[in-house]
Design a protein around this ligand. Structure first.
Ligand code: HAM
Length: 415
């Protein structure tokens, strides 16, 4: 093959390769997501990344931009139209509807799927991301809305955030619907109204006011000081659970057409990352796609990319520590069987150990261990084998300690 025929090593546009340190960070996020969700009384479910395309096309599930421009949809070999899930909510609504008689309500579910959207890749936005979904089904109580927002709050705290690091902005689709009704907006104007609110933060105030005036809704009806009843109640419940950083913001509407009640977005307050981190809301009718008696849902989706940015801008990304604790280098080829035997002995005692058997200079073996960021190294030579004493070297500090073979596992297990 000539040089120009070689394949590119780049990953597909907008998706990521996860090298060990990236994967370790993702695992840290997922473990944190799982720990908090379970502590709050939620149980895990999962589903395939493949869904029939009609799930996203049906009325009620629709977010026009998402369905028309952002889904990965293809026809399979049997002629079926298939979509890689762009979000989890229609899937979980389908699963809950399918087993509505067996499942007990209120039902608290969480999942951590990867989801796919054909978006323009930019800061915080990729074409594949991992998204924690936490949803509560079958309760109309505003306590359910408060609980879901509490889970969001608890997650931020678990990631080390203080209350002034983020703000939870609540909106109300019920309130917007009452305005739409009061001012008798046409369907087209209702859509323009919701779209306008969604873009409010990104446009100059006078431009927003002019556009709102055109639709026919007075600006003062969108004052943050006139808090709708449902938002007031949720804010009170949240305050009783110690949440001090939740506020009403009338321009929080969220993109999906399925939201019907409280909606919310969590914002980073850091000056270099002043953006929405994640959000969700109540959706009363999504399961009506499958059954005549809808089951109400309330939940949110929290992506890994925005959480990475939140931690990174504060210098709070965890340092990568590989799971391998010990590297065995060999003084010469004859030592390989001894190294393998010691490694196996240590592994059975729970010490994660790797052996270098590549017949390289000792200095190169040490460099390899350092590249892998493995913290400790032992050189296996004939002296070590005959004496049964090994020098454990800390690769970062250079400190050395001589230990008997029988003392090795205790040393590593007590680190
Ligand atoms: P969403 O706002 O579209 O809502 O996505 C939820 C979160 O996923 C976002 O706030 C962000 O953290 C992350 N996210 C979304 N798109 C991208 C992207 N292209 N790249 C990186 N991260 C992204 C939903 O998906 C709803 N289904 C959430 C929900 C669950 N509502 C009720 N239950």
């Amino acid at each position: 093959m000539s040089k120009k025929e070689k394949l590119s090593v780049d990953s597909y546009k907008g998706v990521r390769d996860f090298y060990p340190a990236d994967q370790a960070f993702l695992n840290y996020l997922l473990a944190t997501y799982r720990r908090v969700a379970e502590r709050m009384g939620y149980v895990e479910y999962h589903a395939s990344v493949l869904e029939p395309a009609e799930l996203y096309k049906s009325k009620g599930a629709e977010n026009e931009e998402l369905v028309n421009e952002q889904t990965y949809t293809f026809v399979d070999r049997g002629g079926r139209e298939v979509t890689l899930r762009p979000e989890m909510t229609p899937t979980v609504a389908r699963m809950v509807s399918a087993k509505r008689r067996e499942l007990g309500f209120p039902l608290r579910l969480f999942s951590i799927p990867n989801v796919f959207r054909y978006e323009r890749p930019q800061r915080g936005r990729l074409r594949e991301h991992w998204q924690l979904n936490v949803d509560l089904f079958g309760s109309n109580s505003l306590a359910a809305d408060a609980e879901i927002i509490m889970v969001a709050h608890a997650l931020m705290k678990e990631f080390g955030a203080e209350q002034n690091d983020f703000v939870i902005k609540l909106g109300s689709r019920t309130f917007l619907s009452s305005l739409i009704e009061e001012f008798a907006l046409t369907e087209q104007d209702s859509k323009r109204f919701v779209g306008l609110l969604d873009r409010r933060a990104k446009m100059p105030a006078d431009e927003f006011a002019a556009a709102l005036n055109q639709i026919g809704i007075p600006l003062e009806r969108l004052s943050p000081n006139t808090v709708p009843q449902d938002v007031t109640e949720v804010l009170q419940l949240l305050a009783s659970m110690g949440v001090e950083n939740a506020v009403f913001d009338p321009s929080i509407v969220r993109g999906f057409a399925y939201y019907t009640g409280i909606v919310f977005e969590v914002f980073d307050t850091h000056k270099d990352n002043n953006r929405a981190l994640f959000g969700g809301g109540r959706y009363d009718n999504l399961t009506a796609l499958f059954d005549d008696e809808p089951i109400t849902g309330m939940g949110f989706g929290m992506g890994d990319v925005t959480m990475h940015d939140f931690l990174s801008v504060r210098g709070q990304l965890p340092t990568y520590i590989p799971p391998t604790k010990l590297y065995l280098a060999v003084a010469d080829k004859e030592m390989v069987p001894h190294a393998l035997s010691l490694a196996q002995d240590l592994r059975t005692q729970g010490v994660a150990t790797a052996v270098d058997f590549c017949d390289k200079k000792l200095s190169d073996q040490i460099k390899t261990a350092a590249k892998h960021q493995i913290p400790y190294l032992i050189v296996i030579g004939s002296n070590e084998i005959t004496s049964g004493t090994f020098v454990v070297r800390n690769l970062a500090s250079g400190a050395e300690e001589s230990l008997k073979r029988t003392e090795l596992s205790a040393f590593f297990l007590n680190l």
